[in-house]
Design a protein around this ligand. Sequence first.
Ligand code: GLP
Length: 246
Amino acid sequence: MKTKTIKNVKIIKMATPEEISKVVSELFVNKIKAKKDAAFILATGSSPVGVYNNLIKDHQKNKTDWSKVTTFNLDEYVGLEPTHKQSYRKFMNEELFDKLNINKANTHVPNGLGNPEENAKTYEESIVKRENFDLCLLGVGINGHIAFNEPGTEFDGQTSVVPLTESTIQVNYEKYFDNIDEVPKTAISMGIGTILKNSQEIVMIAFGSSKQEAINKLIAGKETKDWPITALLKHNNVSIYTDCEI
Ligand code: GLP
């Protein structure tokens, strides 16, 4: 293990995604132990899957009680039914919620159907009303995006409908979709400002060499809209767990 601190961001390098998933899942379990009605901001993508598997195993083995926990997810594609196989609502149900005793009414994923602009506004209002999230889990895109806040996004932005870059569309097509035309071009994303203001603690996970450049930009310690990951330098309680070089 090696650590580095840049402003208030602690970067922890561990050898494998498995070790990282273990440590990060323990952070969540400890939050629930300390506060039954903890509130979390959660991410999708491949990075959190190991964490979610561990949380399910912990729930089965140690009976950690999720019945009072509230969750808000970071983002959702515009135009996909919640039952679509690539919708983030379906991902969260299958990878986590269905296997815990969480009250589904307390799990929130933006609604990408109907009037997305209106839905984004309502989502932002619900987050602000809940405020003080105990822990926010983030992944990072290869271009440094957080949630679906692509390069160029303002660091004080709120939840909104956002365009996806060609690179993100390409990455998500290669990883998840059968046909590039099926990949939505827009999404509802929690704003960077929303995340920074409403999270008491942020934990980011970044696995693999494709995330090295984003980690390097963070280590450089300079806030730049070209790399949304550097917005984390504005927060006072961030840990980044990675297997990249630091
Ligand atoms: C997607 C999600 C992000 C996620 C990122 C990285 O675009 N909207 O929230 O952090 O991709 O995904 P992965 O963990 O699969 O690399």
